[in-house]
Design a protein around this ligand. Structure first.
Ligand SMILES: Cc1cc2nc3c(=O)[nH]c(=O)nc-3n(C[C@H](O)[C@H](O)[C@H](O)COP(=O)(O)OP(=O)(O)OC[C@H]3O[C@@H](n4cnc5c(N)ncnc54)[C@H](O)[C@@H]3O)c2cc1C
Length: 384
């Protein structure tokens, strides 16, 4: 009998496993992952200011790349911000978690077909009993949330010559605007390796990987880069929240949840590493790890985060519903004229009322009447 089964060995449950192992090593934990490795094949990045100094400390062993700042590019404008940025790779996550946990606390290639508050049933027919289960199996479609999408294909390129980038370019929006707001995201991994993601803030989730690969090739060519090899590829279709009802999203849940399964992500970026770190800390500090207590804790945590992030959903509605898709980049360009601390608070999900006013006032690059209509619609009936 395990004290706790963490179902799904992705980002959120791997962080919970790490924190529990560090703070409560006596706990009989089991991390159950359907795939052959923890974390699948991802690179997760975050700003220093997205997490607390304490979280930054325990995340340190997972960090593979770090940079002192980053830049953004829009037509006729480029800006560097001095906020440190770093990346965690799934390879490192797998390494660190499997080294920290006893060998029998991680089950790989173990796909669950059923989970209940006191057990997980694997495809092989084996039943794993537990005092509690946390479901972290990643995103699950739900009619309770109104979503748009941030979708991308990312390729790790090895170039014939140095790329000459010293820091990430989080948004290069000087590219042709297609399928909503389009930008290229660049992470320089070493002198000749760069992760290039062709990214879209789009209304629909459909992703044509072949088309995006061709656009990455064209982008590399436009920068004069000769590609020697594509070392890895990843793709993502991340949720961007426009509205919805988080209580309905959780209705009927009988086990605790983590990560995207809990509805925990930044509404405007779809990123979830900071939320996953915060949840891992809360669970590791909880006095009661019973099924009921964990369900209440994770549900309340997700509902509180959802309530606190109403402004981001409102902004997303402006971006997706009121702004002309080809001109969405202007909203971002205007945002990036604001002071660095405000930008940092935005990404960290800590935007203040004053920040919100600064983001919204002035001359928004969307038709005012359309904007007002969507602000009203969302704040009154589409967002709970
Ligand atoms: C390509 C990509 C890049 C991203 N980059 C960033 C980033 O830079 N920064 C950031 O903050 N966020 C990023 N995100 C968004 C978000 O952080 C990730 O999606 C994150 O992995 C979500 O964590 P999670 O634990 O909820 O789900 P996941 O990490 O997806 O984990 C779910 C796990 O459950 C397993 N699983 C599913 N079903 C079963 C089953 N039946 N039985 C057993 N196991 C099962 C899956 O195999 C998987 O390993 C990115 C997302 C993607 C897709």
């Amino acid at each position: 009998m395990h004290d706790l089964i963490l179902l799904g060995g992705g980002l959120a449950n791997s962080l919970i496993a790490l924190r529990l192992r560090a703070l409560r090593p006596q706990l009989r934990l089991l991390l159950v992952e359907g795939g052959p490795v923890l974390g699948a094949r991802h690179t997760w990045s975050f700003f220093d200011t997205d997490v607390s100094p304490e979280q930054r400390g325990w995340l340190e062993p997972l960090i593979v790349h770090r940079w002192p700042g980053y830049s953004v590019r829009f037509p006729g404008k480029e800006r560097r911000l001095g906020t440190p940025y770093q990346s965690v790779t799934s390879e490192r996550l797998h390494q660190v978690v499997t080294a920290a946990l006893p060998p029998d606390a991680v089950r790989l290639n173990a796909e669950a077909v059923r989970s209940a508050p006191d057990r997980v049933v694997l495809r092989s027919g084996e039943t794993l009993p537990a005092r509690a289960v946390i479901d972290g199996r990643g995103p699950e479609p739900s009619p309770a949330l109104v979503l748009a999408w941030q979708k991308f294909v990312g390729r790790k390129l090895r170039l014939a010559q140095p790329h000459r980038l010293s820091e990430p370019v989080i948004m290069d929006a000087t590219v042709p605007q297609i399928d909503g707001y389009r930008f290229v995201y660049l992470l320089p991994l070493d002198e000749r390796r760069v992760l290039v993601e062709d990214t879209y803030y789009a209304d629909g989730p459909a992703l044509d990987a072949a088309v995006l690969r061709a656009r990455i090739d064209a982008y590399a060519l436009s920068r004069g880069w000769r590609v020697e090899a594509v070392e890895q590829e990843e793709e993502g279709v991340l949720p961007i929240a426009l509205g919805g009802d988080m209580a309905r999203f959780w209705a009927g849940a009988t086990t605790a949840r983590s990560g995207l399964r809990a509805g925990l992500f930044h509404p405007t970026t779809g990123y979830s590493l900071p939320d996953a770190a915060a949840m891992a800390e809360r669970i590791a500090a909880a006095s009661d790890l019973s099924t009921d207590a964990l369900l209440a804790l994770t549900r309340e945590h997700a509902l509180a985060a959802w309530r606190a992030r109403r402004f981001y959903r409102l902004l997303n509605r402006l971006l997706f519903r009121a702004a002309d898709p080809q001109l969405r980049w202007r909203v971002l360009e205007r945002f990036y004229r604001l002071p660095q601390p405000l930008v940092e608070r935005f990404y960290a999900g800590r935007t203040t009322a004053r920040d919100a006013a600064r983001i919204l006032v002035g001359k928004p690059p969307v038709p005012v009447r359309r904007a007002l209509a969507y602000l009203w619609e969302g704040s009154v009936k589409a967002d709970g």
